[in-house]
Design a protein around this ligand. Structure first.
Ligand code: GRF
Length: 201
């Protein structure tokens, strides 16, 4: 059984997509061991509660430093015997200290076709605003391994959609989530589990 630790800060729709994939049998041998939220008000926590998934809140404000914040999360993940760390709308950057604890075992989803529109400052609705400003004809989402370079780790899976003439940042965000993110995140987790099983990573 692969044990996931899912890190969230907001709505948790990607968390929900993973929960759904597990419940309908699309991710055999996968369970969510813990959900960790950096925000005590995140709706993602309600989703964890509803599915009886253990959750913890680690708020950056209540930590003395970035190191303290990361080490608290590492402690929970280690105690819960987590195999794969899933960043699902987690609004904090993780340093080498964190990343080096879980080599090739941290995944992130980003709402663009990386390497385009990634890196520091490209998050949430801003990504979609930039895509429209640049008059891109296509956009999408990317699941990648996390390294200490923001949004620059090896790509696992991408899915694209067309940008429509009357798209707004909000309409684009919604379509990228529905048509790309919620589909590729569970699929990327399945691929990574297979690679671990086959000793490829
Ligand atoms: C998603 O757009 C994801 O790509 C980005 O943050 C958003 C999180 O949404 N990293 P949710 O919390 O999963 O609903």
């Amino acid at each position: 059984m692969f044990r996931l630790g899912v890190l969230v800060s907001g709505g948790g729709t990607n968390l929900q997509a993973i929960i759904n994939a597990i419940e309908i049998g699309k991710l055999p041998d996968v369970e969510i061991a813990v959900v960790i939220s950096s925000n005590s008000k995140a709706y993602a926590i309600e989703r964890a509660k509803k599915h009886n998934i253990p959750f913890e809140v680690v708020s950056k404000k209540e930590c003395n430093s970035q190191l303290d914040f990361e080490n608290k999360i590492i402690k929970i993940l280690t105690e819960k015997k987590v195999d794969i760390v899933i960043l699902a709308g987690f609004m904090a950057i993780l340093s080498e200290n964190f990343v080096s604890h879980f080599p090739n075992r941290i995944l992130n989803i980003h709402p663009s076709l990386l390497p385009k529109f990634g890196g520091k400052g490209y998050y949430g609705i801003k990504v979609h605003e930039k895509v429209l400003e640049a008059k891109e004809t296509q956009t999408g989402a990317t699941v990648h391994f996390v390294t200490s370079d923001v949004d620059a780790g090896p790509i696992i899976l991408q899915k694209s959609i067309d940008v429509l003439p009357n798209d707004t940042p909000e309409s684009l965000q919604r379509r990228v989530m529905e048509n790309c993110e919620w589909i590729i995140y569970p699929e990327a987790i399945r691929i990574v589990c297979e690679k671990i099983r086959d000793n490829e990573i």
